[in-house]
Design a protein around this ligand. Structure first.
Ligand code: MF3
Ligand code: CO
Length: 263
């Protein structure tokens, strides 16, 4: 399978799909607090997506039973929302969401602290986010795909964190998962050349301890092998002739980023 290059019209649809998703994430971020259930987050997220006239792309994907993946603490990704799972002060919660707008998919994830969290948990969240930005410094036409992977690895490894290897980033467009697969760790080759018009979901999943993960009996929820916290940060990006465009960043996030420096 080849990496699909989007034309100008498709890029416009991707931009709008991603912009709408950024609003969904922003609104979901506002409701995170102790006392709400992971099912409350899913319900609200699905409503936001449907009210925009869009379709939640995760719902029923390979049988996944919800619209928003909500993963708490040692849950890495694909947590299944439940009425009985109540967020507590000190938890960290990863929200992974996506939607379809006029046939075009978007995909993004954020990890939030619930109330006050430990400095260690805060650092894990910040490093995971920063590793995305370190990675996309290489996301330029002329560079190669796995240069992004190596840059994420180089950023994260000095912290002693574990990089999840069982799940990767991916191409995205008229399907949620398109070629190529994008590891978040260094591999022994540089991979395909990046070209303008590629749309990619870059999504480091970083564990406080071991990189090893296991699956719960629900066959969806991925948890860390050692029970330590895990964080996730994902955006859909567009490769251009110069700097990549981060399509799923909310306006407010863009403002905040201008005040932060990612090295
Ligand atoms: N966002 C996930 C990814 O990046 C997809 C979740 S699919 C679901 O690949 F079925 F778990 F929802
Ligand atoms: Co993804």
């Amino acid at each position: 399978m080849a990496i699909h290059i989007k034309d100008a019209h498709e890029i416009e649809l991707m931009r709008e799909s991603c912009r709408l998703l950024s609003v969904v994430h922003y609104e979901l971020g506002q409701i995170i607090r102790p006392g709400i259930s992971t099912a409350d987050i899913d319900e609200y997220g699905e409503k936001l997506i449907r009210d925009m006239g869009c379709i939640p792309n995760f719902l029923n994907y390979n049988g996944y039973p919800a619209s928003i993946c909500v993963s708490v603490n040692d849950e890495v990704v694909h947590g299944i929302p439940k009425k009985t799972r109540i967020l507590q002060e000190g938890d960290i919660v990863s929200l992974d969401a996506g939607l379809i707008y006029k046939g075009y998919h978007s995909d993004a994830a954020r990890t939030y602290g619930v109330g006050e969290i430990s400095p260690e948990a805060r650092q894990l969240i910040e490093v995971t986010k920063a590793s995305f930005f370190a990675g996309i410094k290489k996301a330029k036409a002329g560079m190669r795909l796995f240069d992004i992977s190596a840059a994420i690895d180089d950023y994260v490894t000095p912290y002693g964190y574990g990089i999840v290897e069982d799940l990767c980033g991916h191409g995205i467009g008229t399907h949620l998962h398109e070629d190529p697969m994008i590891p978040n760790y260094r591999v022994r080759r540089r991979g395909p050349r990046l070209k303008p018009g590629m749309t990619l979901a870059i999504e480091p999943m970083i564990n406080m301890g071991t990189w090893a993960v296991k699956w719960l009996d629900d066959d969806w929820t991925v948890v860390t092998g050692d029970g330590e916290y895990s964080a996730h940060y994902e955006n859909t990006i567009l490769i251009t002739g110069s700097e990549p465009e981060i399509l799923t960043l909310h306006e407010e996030e863009r403002k905040e980023l201008q005040e932060e420096i990612y090295v």
